[in-house]
Design a protein around this ligand. Structure first.
Ligand code: SF4
Length: 94
């Protein structure tokens, strides 16, 4: 797959997910041209770190949340940031 012309220097940034905001809707999975994301059950250690509101939201969304198993492929195009309806993704320096 070819890179989006809007992409910046690869390898500089990676997506970071705010799990208290993420509702596992998978818009990021659909938006990312580089298959960085997957949506699956939240890890116990991540569940334990949620705020009270985050825990309630996680229950409501059956414990689904986004992970970035392929973060090294991120080209910093920003499509996931724009696509997330919960504003749960930001790009941070590696
Ligand atoms: S910025 Fe988001 S959509 Fe773009 S390559 Fe990185 S993870 Fe994928």
């Amino acid at each position: 797959m070819s890179a989006d012309p809007a992409c910046k220097e690869p390898g500089l940034l990676r997506p970071e997910i705010d799990r208290n905001r993420c509702e596992g809707k998978a818009d990021c999975v659909a938006a990312c041209p580089f298959e960085v994301f997957e949506v699956r059950l939240i890890d116990p250690v991540d569940r334990a770190a949620l705020s009270l509101m985050g825990k309630l939201k996680s229950l409501a969304h059956r414990g689904k949340t986004a992970y970035t198993p392929n973060a090294a492929a991120c080209q910093a195009c920003g499509l996931c940031v724009t696509a997330c309806p919960e504003k749960a993704i930001k790009l941070v320096r590696r």
